[in-house]
Design a binder for this molecule. Structure first.
Ligand code: ADP
Length: 371
């Protein structure tokens, strides 16, 4: 197990492109950290810099108590698992897994024991004599992980390891990787663009955008208290709904807001610097109501246990998504309804996209505020 610290890390590619811009992060011994962000935000670049496959342009990488910027990749005590698996096609599973230990000059008996132990952990003992072409995608991925395990690295680095698997296998491998993490207790960094993987796998998530870290924290912390509009919109499906909100006045401990179409509501927020704000509310925190935002049902997606209702509201804004329990009566397209957000679960963002402070823990209902 190892600790990692990134201090003001930067990466400028030869063509002048800034892929990583002043990233500082610490990862504790045994932590499962997920780097998540849209394609091209620099998360693989950063992982490759940690692995030593890419130079660090500026800043410091510390592995345990060593400055590791110039330590060669094989000596960093890390093992990386790639999206492409990168198995040697002409070698059996056993030889693929044994390869790095052979290279490092370990004794035969020691190598055999390490391969057997890893194969047991990954439940691939019956595949040891096969070549990669005789394996399914999921089995190949397991061999790629096995190859990393035998080296007993202090840190595992995973670069989108499940992207090539079909949906049900991805779910299964997600569970297995979480189990593997519990069993090995190793520090793991996992790169993905998939917010569901991030939410379900990490002890902590670092959300990347354009080479920078937007926010770091436990999955639910980020989901419930996104620091800005980017994080709010990136985590969660359907995406958080956003709409313009004008601050009309400040009550004791709260703000009165006007939404498109003139609907007013009071929210327990500390005052804003400006009056032009954005309200953010997740699909599960909207309900049909007697009064509220006037909207027209456009489409209903029935998923069995729940239904996603898409509506268009009076303002010019985007479509609003709302989650309802599956057993409720299904609204009909074209129906005009009022919808209201749960005031305890609303987010407000200023003109720069930064989340307004919400007093903790006094999340009082709107009714109390306006009383
Ligand atoms: P992600 O893993 O988040 O999808 P990457 O780390 O692969 O993103 O890439 C980050 C940015 O750096 C992208 O804009 C990509 O085009 C650019 N990039 C990646 N590799 C190179 C390279 N060798 N030379 C120049 N630019 C690169």
């Amino acid at each position: 197990m190892s600790r990692l610290a990134l201090k003001h890390i930067g990466k400028v590619y030869d063509n002048g492109h800034v892929a990583i811009d002043d990233v500082s992060l610490e990862m504790a011994d045994g932590e499962f950290m997920v780097f998540v962000g849209p394609s091209g935000c620099g998360k693989s670049t950063l992982l490759r810099m940690i692995a030593g496959l890419e130079d660090i342009s500026s800043g410091e990488l510390w592995i345990d108590d060593k400055l590791a910027n110039d330590i060669e990749p094989a000596k960093r005590g890390l093992a990386m698992v790639f999206q492409s698996y990168a198995l040697y096609p002409h070698m059996t599973v056993r030889d693929n897994m044994a390869f790095s230990l052979k290279l490092a000059g370990h004794r035969r008996a020691e190598i055999d024991a390490a391969v057997r132990r890893a194969a047991q952990t990954l439940q691939i003992e019956h595949l040891l004599d096969r070549k990669p072409k005789a394996l399914s995608g999921g089995q190949r991925q397991r061999v790629a992980i096995g190859r990393a395990i035998v080296r007993r690295p202090g840190v595992f680095l995973f670069d989108e390891p499940l992207s090539n698997l079909d949906a049900s296998l991805r779910v299964q491998m997600r569970i297995e990787l979480a189990r593997l993490h519990q069993e090995l207790g190793s520090t793991m960094i996992y790169v993905t663009h998939d917010q569901v993987e991030a939410m379900t796998m990490g002890n902590r998530i670092a959300v990347f955008n354009a080479g920078r870290v937007e926010q770091v924290g436990a999955p639910l912390e980020l989901y419930q208290r996104p620091a800005n509009r980017f994080v709010a919109g990136f985590l969660g499906a359907p995406r958080m709904n956003f709409m313009p909100a004008r601050a009309l006045g400040r009550h004791a401990g709260g703000l009165e807001l006007e939404l498109p179409g003139g609907f007013r509501l009071a929210l327990p927020f500390i005052g804003a610097g400006s009056d032009e704000l954005t309200l953010g509310v997740r699909a599960e925190h909207l309900r049909f109501a007697e009064a509220g935002l006037a909207a027209t049902v456009q489409l209903v997606e029935h998923l069995g246990d729940q239904q996603i209702v898409y509506l268009r509201h009076a303002g010019e804004g985007e479509t609003i998504a709302m989650k309802l329990p599956g057993h409720e009566a299904e609204p009909r397209p074209g129906e005009r309804r009022f919808i209201a957000p749960d005031p305890l679960h609303c987010h407000l963002f200023d003109g720069d996209g930064l989340a307004l402070e919400r007093p903790e823990p006094a999340l009082r209902p709107a009714a109390e505020l306006s009383a």
